[in-house]
Design a protein around this ligand. Structure first.
Ligand code: ADP
Ligand code: MG
Ligand code: MG
Length: 245
């Protein structure tokens, strides 16, 4: 089964239909892009997957099992990890403390610094995620802070990592490094969902891409079979291409 599948997800904010009848199927071990213009509904969809919003309708399946994501703890337990546009790190705490403490998990994790240190070391070696465990967050570059967010998700055993516009805050060199990390994770069988409005990034790194426009999913295609021009047209609405696999 797919790592994650959405069926008919809808969400309105008053008169604004932010997500309308969204279907999405993300195969395990792939990098899946979600692209759309500002306001297309990408972040709303992501927030639903992390339990920040309850959808008005629809179903979410993880590894083929229907789940109800009531809050972020449910999402974490289901193996979903998030890297937000604005990091949720405690600035004057160290990397290690942030990995363990995380705001939203509460009492879920037993705080064990030595265990965390070991896991961090192993993850750093495996995925080029080197950060000094004893550095405070405020002393780190934005790129390194983002790595801490990724480490936090992996420490919580995320199998599905969702990143919302992750390169917006990065230098080109940091963005390159992030993409190598994501490819490494994918090659180890993790599933990555990359939300972006940058076509270049979709073409560079994704296996498949879904296009959102005005709250709807207007296409899901294999990236290498689709031209940049075609994707751009889908984004801005000159074209609809449904259920292409
Ligand atoms: P994207 O991430 O693709 O830019 P969003 O999901 O942030 O799109 O927004 C989709 C639409 O829903 C926009 O019209 C936005 O203004 C609206 N929206 C998003 N969040 C809220 C909210 N909490 N309250 C009201 N409207 C919202
Ligand atoms: Mg936006
Ligand atoms: Mg957004």
């Amino acid at each position: 089964p797919a790592a994650i599948e959405l069926r008919g997800i809808s969400k309105a904010f008053g008169p604004v239909q932010a997500n309308r009848n969204i279907d999405l199927c993300v195969p395990k071990g792939t990098i899946h892009g979600i692209i759309g213009e500002n306001g297309a509904g990408k972040s709303t969809l992501m927030s639903i997957l992390y339990g920040f919003y309850k959808p008005d309708a629809g179903e979410i399946l993880v590894d083929g099992r229907p789940i109800t994501i009531a809050d972020s703890q449910t999402a974490i337990r289901a193996g979903i990890g998030m890297v937000f546009q604005h990091f949720k790190l405690v600035q004057n705490f160290t990397v290690l403390e942030n990995i363990i403490l995380g705001a939203e998990e509460g009492a879920m994790l037993r705080p064990s610094l030595s265990k965390a240190r070991g896991v961090l070391k192993q993850l750093a070696a495996e995925y080029q995620l080197n950060v000094d465990p004893d550095a405070t967050i405020e002393s780190l570059s934005v790129g390194h802070q983002q790595r801490v967010e990724i480490l936090k998700a992996l420490y919580r055993q995320a199998e599905i990592l969702i990143l919302d516009e992750p390169t917006g805050v990065l230098t080109p060199a940091e963005a390159d490094h992030l993409f190598r990390i994501l490819e490494g994770l994918r090659d180890e069988g993790k599933t990555i969902i990359l939300i972006t409005h940058k076509l270049r990034e979709i073409i560079e790194i994704t296996d498949n891409v879904s296009v959102m426009r005005r709250g709807e999913m207007v296409a899901s295609v294999r990236t290498r079979d689709t031209s940049p021009e075609e994707l751009a047209e889908l984004m801005v609405g000159r074209k609809v291409l449904l259920n292409v696999d």
